[in-house]
Design a protein around this ligand. Structure first.
Ligand SMILES: Nc1ncnc2c1ncn2[C@@H]1O[C@H](COP(=O)(O)OP(=O)(O)OP(=O)(O)O)[C@@H](O)[C@H]1O
Length: 233
């Protein structure tokens, strides 16, 4: 692969949730280049989270092809897909998905366990986790705290640190700043864009806040990239 090969390519992808006839998604063509920062906007229920799940391989398209870093993710076994995702994609979900009884440090370091390439990018894991916490404005003593004891905004920042650690080539973030105040939101975006510039990381971020548009290289609207499919296909 050359440096300009897309990090993501979706070709004629169709997906329908099992048992749901009222909603289906058709993405004719979507390509993301290395180091691009892309904001994804769309109405509630338009399928943004479904699209991200297809890219992450947590759900599999009924037809079409989803390639991440040149790999057709449907061709991987479930185990291979989990390892591939941990290596290639830093994820920030709407619900953060932190382990509440594990420490903040263990939560941040978790993806490295499954991602040797990301591990290689980190010389000192504890120091890197602490640096990310510090840069995201978390208190210095937060590393040993149980993740479940933090405020919602703090948990969101821990989820961001977990996505950033080890510089995966693609960061996917589903409304990652919804629980952050304006100053922390700006800090978070600076960190995200800084990592993108320094390491060529592609960022795909879902938000309802169109005011963020000017900060991204490209803005996509669900209505432009995907057709909502109603009724049986
Ligand atoms: N796990 C699921 N099982 C069945 N249907 C689902 C599931 N997740 C989402 N859907 C359906 O898919 C459609 C699109 O939902 P999705 O969450 O992708 O939209 P969204 O654009 O991310 O919405 P929001 O902005 O409100 O988060 C909705 O009709 C929703 O009910």
């Amino acid at each position: 692969m050359t440096d300009t090969a897309p990090i993501l390519h979706m070709d004629d992808v169709r997906y329908r949730w099992p048992g749901r006839t009222s909603f289906g998604l058709h993405v004719p063509n979507l390509t993301l280049a290395p180091a691009e920062t892309v904001l994804l906007l769309g109405e509630s229920g338009s399928g943004k989270s479904t699209l991200l799940s297809l890219i992450c391989g947590t759900i599999t398209a009924q037809s079409g092809r989803v390639s991440v870093a040149g790999t057709d993710i449907a061709a991987l076994s479930a185990g291979q897909r989990d390892r591939f995702r941990a290596e290639q994609i830093g994820l920030i979900f709407q619900q953060f998905n932190l382990l509440p009884f594990a420490s903040v440090q263990d939560n941040i370091l978790l993806p490295l366990q499954f991602a040797p390439e990301r591990r290689r990018h980190v010389a000192d894991r504890r120091a890197e986790a602490a640096r990310l916490c510090h840069d995201l404005g978390l208190p210095d003593d937060v590393m040993s705290a149980g993740a479940g004891t933090l405020s919602v905004g703090q948990q969101q920042r821990v989820a961001a640190a977990r996505a950033l650690i080890g510089t995966p080539p693609l960061i996917i973030a589903d409304e990652p700043t919804s629980s952050l105040d304006a100053a922390t939101q700006a800090t978070f975006l600076e960190l995200l864009f800084g990592q993108s510039r320094a390491h060529g990381t592609t960022v795909l971020m879902v938000s309802h806040d169109a005011r963020l548009s000017s900060q991204f290289d490209r803005v996509l609207h669900m209505t432009d990239i995907a057709k909502a499919v109603r009724g049986a296909t």
